[in-house]
Design a binder for this molecule. Structure first.
Ligand code: ACM
Ligand code: ZN
Length: 702
């Protein structure tokens, strides 16, 4: 556009900071007509978001990293009027740089991605058990030692072994204070605030590799090359020196980061050492605390006081509620929304990032075809459906929900490209959750617009996930009728499938409605565009049996992390794979699995088979025994069978064992399967005495 005509307001782009208080801190207006483009905002951030919208109105080539040569791209922009402002002030993305280290250049690119999504917070998880990543001048060993671990990058995270004697720590890295200043400035230019996170009192074992004196035991540790659980070595809350160390660190952090908030972690602090430590116990006595939870609360309150005295506010993960919340603390609710609800009811500010909607380290598509992830299952559609404001809060409490953020933990994310893959396009869905007002959200419309977003990503060379292009094969059970649904999150692209084991082609059957399956079969299904399959097809074996779709219940619920679809998953015709994190297995931590099935009427039973998983490296063991029972319609016991697994607990690696009870065609209405957990991990194992897991999937009734 030629700006020489600006006197008559023709062919100009005008940016106007005006006193329109309706637009708030971040809102903007755009008015585009034949003669000019006008962007109005009350604050500079609003103008910045107006520019992001202008970029979105231009062809996707505008995002190209190189100048676009072909002349057929016209940089035109449609005439329109827009008034826009965000729903939430906290629109965040998190990145864990401890589990894997990402270079400063990538951090800037991540910030660019956050900015193009009109998000405004980058939560930088700088310290954790696997490496300390921020230069602290007063404690040089934090970067000399705590930032480095032995290199196990060629081994999947869950199989990583501890260092060998004398082995050199060569994997890691850290950001110098100069780099951090530059990144903070880079973010500020894009209206992004960086929230630094310094973990305490737990997730700190890497500190003790350099400064063991701040732990309870005072014994030096190695920086962990993987996750060993539970992580018992945490800051000693009894020693004054610990607080001096943390305050010194925080003083340097405060200098570097202009943000109003400092995140102090607070999650998953195992209290074993505190229970054994004389100094910690002395502190509990002196401060008249009830227990170790109150000691944690004392710890956090003390740090909050320090931060407040230095003009900062404290944020912590929802565990900081335990033992009593610090007076001004803001809570980040990750273990569901419960912590957030409680905090808001107590009048505290809250940021929502429940695992079920905001953990972008979870699988985003069928785990059979995805790079290994930490577990879980969080599709794009599910992210899009999130509403950060819980219904149960009243009007005043709802105001405490500042917004939401997506969390990218990097145990299973070793490279920048992989981080992009996990973050995108889920970040795009979350961006709309935190910006758009509820009545403006529309999944179909989003899917349609997303096609253009993908083109922008292509021009930016972003490695976004195509998980969205795959078909999910999942059972639906409605009034005792079992059907299998094929679903894709893609927009209006046909699915073709086969049931005979052959690979699907555009000549296969077009999917129209859920399939009634009455025999064991293999389903293969793919998305086809212009005669070509998109990505690759999905495949699932359905094991048909008489228990499928019947009414199932569990007396004890599985662990939140491994709950699949609850009891129903045990009779859905789908068996877990050799990965216990695949979303089909149900995991019970220390508890028994007590399952009951109502067949609806009396039926002849010849066998019941339950499959169990063992991987002692992941603390998963075969059950001690399995009790099978069949009952008649009057709930009288017909028969009972008690079986023990054949695999011993000492077998290494993955074992899947089918344990099968035979019945002589007896009639039964109810079926009970009780798998008895060994409960405590045996003495020879590294986790001796901790809770053992059992994993089960599919109870097959014939
Ligand atoms: C967390 O995911 N441990 C906050
Ligand atoms: Zn202690």
């Amino acid at each position: 556009m030629n700006i020489s005509d600006k006197n008559n307001n023709k062919n100009v782009i005008v940016f106007d900071l005006s006193d329109n208080s309706d637009l708030g801190e971040e809102g903007y207006e755009i008015d585009i007509n034949k003669n000019n483009v006008k962007v109005t905002a009350q604050k500079p951030a609003g103008l910045f978001y107006g520019i992001q919208t202008l970029l979105q109105l231009l062809p996707p080539e505008i995002y190209s990293q190189n100048s676009v040569q072909h002349s057929d791209v016209k940089l035109t922009i449609p005439c329109c009027k827009i008034t826009d402002k965000p729903r939430f002030p906290w629109r965040g993305m998190h990145l864990d740089v401890s589990r894997h280290f990402f270079p400063a250049e990538f951090i800037k690119r991540y910030i660019d991605l956050i900015a193009m999504h009109k998000m405004n917070i980058f939560h930088w998880h700088l310290t954790d058990d696997n490496g300390w990543r921020i230069e602290i001048k007063k404690y040089p060993k934090l970067t000399g030692k705590s930032a480095w671990r032995v290199d196990r990058e060629d081994v999947p995270w869950r199989e990583v072994t501890p260092p060998e004697p004398g082995e050199k720590a060569t994997y890691g890295g850290f950001y110098t204070q100069e780099e951090i200043k530059e990144i903070v400035q880079y973010a500020a230019e894009r209206f992004i605030t960086i929230i630094p996170e310094i973990e305490m009192p737990g997730h700190t074992s890497e500190v003790f590799a350099a400064y063991p004196e701040f732990s309870c035991k005072g014994k030096d540790l190695y920086v962990q090359p993987g996750s060993y659980w539970p992580n018992v070595d945490i800051f000693c809350a009894g020693k004054e020196e610990t607080f001096k160390f943390i305050e010194d660190v925080l003083l340097e952090v405060i200098e570097l980061f202009p943000s109003e908030y400092v995140h102090i972690g607070g999650d998953e602090a195992d209290k074993t050492r505190w229970r054994e430590c004389n100094l910690c116990q002395q502190r509990i006595k002196n401060e008249r605390l009830k227990d170790e939870d109150e000691l944690q609360s004392y710890f956090i309150k003390r740090i909050e006081k320090f931060l407040n005295e230095h003009g900062k506010k404290l944020i912590g993960w929802d565990e900081i509620l335990e033992g009593g919340l610090a007076p001004e603390a803001t809570v980040m609710s990750w273990r569901g929304i419960k912590g957030g609800v409680e905090a808001a009811q107590q009048g505290h500010d809250v940021i929502m990032c429940p695992t079920s909607f905001c953990y972008f380290d979870y699988y985003q598509a069928n785990p059979d075809f995805e790079p290994e992830a930490i577990g879980g299952f969080l599709t794009l559609k599910k992210v899009y459906s999130f509403d950060p404001v819980p219904e149960e809060l009243n009007k005043v409490q709802k105001k405490h929900i500042l917004g939401a953020q997506g969390n990218v933990w990097t145990e299973y994310i070793p490279t920048p490209e992989h981080a992009e893959y996990m973050a995108l396009p889920r970040m795009t869905a979350l961006a709309e959750v935190v910006w758009s007002h509820t009545d403006a959200k529309d999944w179909k419309c989003f899917q349609n617009r997303l096609q253009v977003q993908f083109k922008r990503f292509d021009f930016m060379n972003v490695n976004y996930s195509r998980g969205y292009w795959k078909v999910t094969i999942h059972p639906i059970m409605d009034s005792g009728i079992y059907q299998v649904e094929l679903e894709s999150e893609q927009f209006n692209i046909p699915i073709y499938y086969t049931l005979d084991g052959s690979d699907p082609t555009p000549q296969s059957t077009l999917y129209k409605k859920p399939l009634k399956i009455t025999n064991s079969t293999v389903i293969k299904a793919g998305l086809f565009l212009d005669g070509d399959i998109k990505e690759y097809y999905s495949e699932k074996e359905i094991l048909f049996h008489i228990g499928i779709g019947k009414n199932a219940e569990l007396a004890i619920q599985p662990s939140r992390k491994y709950e699949a679809h609850g009891a129903m998953s045990l009779v859905d015709g789908l068996k877990g794979s050799d990965s216990y994190r695949d979303g089909y297995w149900l995991g019970f931590e220390g508890d028994d699995m007590i399952f009951e099935l109502d067949l609806g009427k009396e039926i002849q039973i010849s066998s019941i088979t339950a499959s169990f998983y063992q991987n002692t490296g992941a603390w998963i063991f075969m059950p001690e025994k399995v009790i099978f029972e069949i009952l008649d319609a009057g709930r009288n016991k017909v028969e009972r069978s008690v079986l023990k697994p054949e695999s011993t607990l000492e077998v290494k690696g993955v074992v899947i064992e089918d344990i099968s009870a035979k019945f002589n065609n007896e009639t039964a209405r109810y079926i009970k399967v009780h798998a008895k957990n060994i409960a405590k991990i045996p003495g020879w194992h590294e986790g001796a005495g901790s809770k053992a897991w059992i994993f089960v999937d599919e109870v097959i009734v014939n």
